[in-house]
Design a protein around this ligand. Structure first.
Ligand SMILES: *Cc1c(COP(=O)(O)O)cnc(C)c1O
Length: 299
């Protein structure tokens, strides 16, 4: 089967009082609608990795992630859809949860590994699959030049030119791809990366590794809420209000933090009247399954 998905990822405008007062237009690109499981940037990142696997006659995708990884789940579903076997090497002791249940349901084999060994992913691949000519290594989160190439295609789909584009970053692959796309189209758009990890300055280096050629972008390192997967009441309240007001589902690990940044910067008068701002909804709403208890009373 040809490795491609026909998908729907429209741009919607978000209307509210804050944006009206600031005289700005805020839009959201609905990559969350690409596929229920192979959602958002995960499909974009996997597309050329899967094409490469197919071209090299590799029939077994081996990849890595934490127990709530959107990437593991997307890889499991993409493998099933396009006729690959899949193995997920999972960080930490053997557990079961909703995400891993869905991975298994899509036929993914799971191997758990301690946090120490998890650091050296090529060594783990060799440990289990060194002699397997069918197996191909796919890095955690789909981080790769192929992943960035897939993400650059998002820019081809934009219906207008924006002054600003915002995106959440974990590995920085998606951000790098979009920046490359902006450059390829010669757009005057300013790109803003919002790292979801603490000490996000390192993201500059990670993104720069995948840029061709180097391009300036903004990095907003103050919206990590304590680190990867961490939240607080302010973020949870923001998400509850956003979902209830817009009908657009977001989660606290990535898109929630990025959108919080957009609203916070808007409230601080960061944008000029008349500016058009695009936020990328990078999908991953299954991540909510690991965060239910954080939502407190509404459960
Ligand atoms: C994985 C993920 C990201 C991070 O993408 P990177 O390319 O690793 O920076 C962002 N948003 C969502 C919803 C994700 O699942």
């Amino acid at each position: 089967m040809e490795i491609d998905l026909e998908f729907y990822s429209p741009v919607h405008q978000i209307k509210n009082k804050l944006f009206d007062e600031q005289g700005i237009n805020v839009f959201i690109k609905r990559d969350d609608l690409i596929h229920p499981i192979i959602s958002g940037n995960k499909w974009r990142k996997l597309k050329y990795l899967l094409k490469k696997a197919r071209a090299e006659n590799k029939s077994h995708l081996v990849t890595f992630g934490g127990a709530y990884s959107n990437h593991l789940l997307a890889t499991a579903a993409a493998a099933a859809q396009f006729g690959f076997k899949s193995t997920g090497i999972v960080r930490g002791e053997a557990v079961n949860n909703d995400t891993l249940f869905l991975c298994r349901l899509h036929g993914m084999q799971l191997l758990f590994t301690d946090r120490e060994s998890y650091r050296d992913k090529p060594a783990l691949f060799d440990k289990y699959f060194a002699g397997d000519p069918e197996a191909i290594f796919i890095d955690e989160g789909g981080a790769s030049p192929e992943g960035a190439k897939g993400c650059s295609e998002l820019v081809n789909e934009l219906p207008q030119t924006y002054h600003h584009i915002f995106c959440a970053c974990g590995t920085g692959t998606t951000a790098a791809g979009i920046i490359n796309g902006i450059h390829q189209h010669n757009l005057p758009t300013q790109f803003h990366a919002v790292p979801v990890l603490k000490n996000g300055d390192f993201m500059k280096v990670e993104i720069n590794k995948l840029l061709a050629p180097p391009v300036n972008f903004e990095l907003h390192t103050e919206y990590h809420f304590g680190g990867y997967g961490k939240t607080n009441d302010e973020l949870i309240d923001f998400i509850k209000q956003f979902v209830a007001e817009t009908g657009i589902l977001i989660e606290p690990v990535y898109t929630g933090k990025m959108l919080y940044a957009v609203y916070d910067l808007a409230a601080k008068g960061y944008f000029k009247p008349g500016e058009n701002i695009l936020a990328i909804h990078s999908g991953g709403i299954w991540g909510l399954l690991g965060m239910k208890e954080k939502f407190g009373k509404i459960l």
